[in-house]
Design a protein around this ligand. Sequence first.
Ligand SMILES: [Zn+2]
Ligand SMILES: [Zn+2]
Length: 148
Amino acid sequence: MMTGATGSCACGAVRYRLLSEPFDTGWCHCRNCQLTSGAPAMVFSTVPRDDYRIESGQDLIGRHESSSFGARRFCSECGTPLTFETNFQPDTIDFTVATLNDPSSVTPGFHIFYGSRIPWAEASDTLPRHDKFRPDTRGLPDGEVPQC
Ligand SMILES: [Zn+2]
Ligand SMILES: [Zn+2]
């Protein structure tokens, strides 16, 4: 039961609520995720944009354009990464699963950008591994997409 799930940044200034069940949960090992998080990989899940509701701290949320087609939002007080949005998926938003108050309630189903993983951060699971985006990624533009 995920509908109504809540989450927050590390300092607690930004709080959000999900209004629907998240989907497309997966690990991303791309270089941008490594730099954004300071960690070898991030786990994102997806909801329709209107279903990711900021309940407090809206004015503290910073925005960083991390690629030609994507932007990331974060708490400007404590730096916690919150969301990732892309031009080619205008109806949905990806959020960082670790910021949920109960992160165990969503389980990753795949790895993307596994080709840019840090060698000591090999996955120990048996989930599908894609060197870049999944081939069936919704709205993916034609041509080479370097990272997310
Ligand atoms: Zn914060
Ligand atoms: Zn990534």
